[in-house]
Design a protein around this ligand. Sequence first.
Ligand SMILES: [Zn+2]
Length: 337
Amino acid sequence: MNLLKKYNTCIFCGSKNLKKKSVLKKLHSVNFYLEAIISDLNLSLKDLDKMKLYNCNNCFISQYSPWFDEHTIKKIYNNIYGQHNKNWSNLLNFISKGNDPAHGKLFDYINKKITVTNYAEYNAPFMGLFINFFKKETKLNTKKYKKLFNYIVRYIQSRQLAGRSKIFQKRSMRHSFKLKKSIDIIKKNLLKRKQINKYLIYDNSAMSWNYNDNYKSINSKVFVSEMFNVNIYDLEKFPKKIKFDLFGFFLTLDHTLQPKRILDFALAKSKYVIINSHIEKIVNKQHLFSLTMKFKEYLKKKKIYYLDLNKAIDKKFTSPELYLICSKNRLLISKLN
Ligand SMILES: [Zn+2]
């Protein structure tokens, strides 16, 4: 099998100081992601056994080597598992039941401690706080939320006219104009206060849910910009002048091949940065790497100040996760206490 590549240096910090971790074979579970990967790529469990887990002695992440090469990674995160299930489930749960994504009391904490005018997140737009901000800025009305959601789905779909007859195309086009107007009216009626500026940053990394993170053939980036008025930007082309009060990584920092670059970008641009990450000891093999609890020591070394929020947000964890609020400015962190 030539789908694997050696990862001899740490994907996060570039260190060569990696130490093999001994992991009992039976602790590896095959979840539904891995099942699809194994089947679609014609792999065997033996192939997966070649992947060994290492710890970086500099930044303390856990990382597999060998692991899939970049071409295969892209295939895994688009063709094989294009839709980020949890991401869309968060949105659908909000639409049907008015539920927030499960971050405990994180949003209350932020509202109490930080004034946010410019807010950004990295990738997977329904994993973080865009839904919370939308709820805060609109009159709570689940019926209208549902209506808005359905109109947006129909509006985007009404422009998907390839292969349709001329008559159908004309009718659908006229219909789309009406839908767009209705969307604008519902949004205007729902809004109860000035909205903050919201940004979603992506980097087209092979390891991110990307052009196929779709629901009913609508990409999550398109949907979040239509419904929540989020501005979508490529990391490389983000305007220099715009700074953030808060930047959020919600289980996305380990879904890029350039995690340090995007974290450095966030820390340079934003007063505060939230890192929410899995820190499971046994990393599932659909992931190249994972942060660990000890990652905090690396932040300290690098003079990135942080506060551990796990207690403050009072979340019911189903698996080990980390919630940190970080800043390059020590005063900003001490102000939170
Ligand atoms: Zn490292």
